[in-house]
Design a protein around this ligand. Structure first.
Ligand SMILES: *Cc1c(COP(=O)(O)O)cnc(C)c1O
Length: 385
């Protein structure tokens, strides 16, 4: 094996740009200092366009799940009725978190691999005769590679309820469009190690005035994740209530620079291109896609080869080519494979993963298909340059 290098194509964690690594290596600064306040304000405001947020984005030291928990425990009180749209493992996690805080959870279960259609949420809400405090949804369902129609789900939410609309954007914010006000999102959360090109450990919480009011009145016992503490600290001292993840925040500043230099619209377009290149390339070599084109995420692609080939492809990629992809979760374990292509990912990276897959597929089919997938992907790329 010649590689001392691994090529990470998991849907989180994702590769880190060198510039971000260097920024995280800057000398440590005191967190109760002007320098830190300046850094925090810089990052919280420069993240706003990426979150489609009107207010500075709050930063909490913790993984993506801590962002989910923050969203839940600041809103949900014991006995409250909430709706959770469950399109896969992460919707299921949101529901479990709400349950842990005593909510009466109404799960809208969608078949894994499908998106929640606006009509399905509408019917579900009509069938409930209780006051719903919040509706939780997952933007990109990482376990299947589906992108849910958040804009439409937000519209339905506000048409039929006065509930907060709370969205998990962990595996797509930084790669896809979002507009909190226009899409009626009250709380949007994300994590650092997916499309935001950082190591794990930083959670992001964007929220509007509606959410602030509910959070302020929420009686649920909480301490570290109490959003009120983060708001007070931010607005009164441009600081954080507890020691912040200083190095990760320094890295986040560099991420903002990278995104600004490329141009936000171009970042979004690049992810669309990566998705197209990968999907068309895979089709060309007879690798079945798990999700329909129109609901497929631009950040993660699921494939559904014959079950006996799942191990051959995943292990083959790792052992022969140094390429790491992910398997399925829960009942999709052993049934699908997932390829992450978000954040610090270029068209060349898609060619790399397709090269490995088509060489393995050549063996499987016992037929020379070398160059077929990458030719197709290059064709797609060529139309975009
Ligand atoms: C990764 C992920 C999470 C959980 O994040 P952790 O950092 O593993 O806690 C939550 N939601 C979605 C959609 C994710 O992809």
């Amino acid at each position: 094996m010649l590689f001392n290098q691994q090529f990470l194509f998991t849907p989180g964690p994702t590769p880190i740009p060198d510039r971000v690594k260097l920024a995280m290596n800057e000398p440590m600064i005191a967190h109760r200092s002007k320098a830190f306040s300046h850094l925090l304000e810089d990052v919280s405001t420069r993240l706003q366009p990426i979150f489609g947020a009107r207010n500075p984005v709050l930063l909490v030291a913790g993984t993506g799940t801590s962002a989910l928990e923050t969203a839940a425990c600041n809103v949900v009180e014991d006995g409250n009725h909430v709706v959770v749209v469950v399109t896969g493992a992460f919707g299921d996690r949101f529901a479990n978190i709400c349950q842990a805080f005593g909510a009466n959870v109404h799960r809208l279960n969608i078949e894994w691999g499908k998106a929640c259609e606006p009509g399905q949420l509408e019917e579900f809400l009509k069938s409930l005769d209780v006051r719903v405090k919040a509706i939780f949804a997952t933007y990109c369902e990482t376990s299947t590679g589906v992108l849910n129609p958040i804009k439409e789900l937000g519209r339905i939410t506000k048409q039929h309820t006065d509930a907060l609309f709370i969205v998990d954007g962990v595996s797509c914010i930084g790669a896809v469009p979002v507009a909190m006000e226009e899409w009626k999102i009250d709380i949007l959360v994300s994590g650092s190690q997916k499309a935001l090109m950082l190591p794990p450990g930083l959670a992001f919480i964007a929220l509007n005035e509606n959410a602030r009011e509910v959070i302020n009145n929420c009686k649920t016992k909480r301490f570290y994740f109490d959003v009120n503490r983060y708001l007070t600290s931010y607005y009164e001292e441009t600081s954080t209530p507890f020691t912040p993840a200083v190095s990760l925040i320094a890295g986040a500043r560099e991420v903002c620079s990278l995104i600004e230099e490329e141009g936000w619209e171009n970042v979004i377009a690049r992810h669309q291109l990566l998705k197209e290149m990968l999907r068309r390339g895979l089709e060309e070599i007879e690798i079945p896609l798990f999700v329909e084109d129109d609901i497929a995420s631009p950040t993660v692609t699921s494939i559904q080869p014959k079950e006996e080939l799942i191990g051959t492809i995943k292990q083959g990629l790792q052992e022969k080519f140094g390429i790491i992809i992910a398997g399925g979760q829960k009942h999709l374990k052993g049934k699908i494979l997932r390829i992450g292509h978000m954040g610090y990912c270029t068209p060349y990276d898609v060619l790399k993963v397709l090269t490995g897959i088509e060489m393995i597929q050549s063996n499987v089919l016992d037929r020379n298909i070398y160059g077929k997938a990458i030719a197709k992907a290059e064709e797609v790329w060529g139309k975009n340059v």
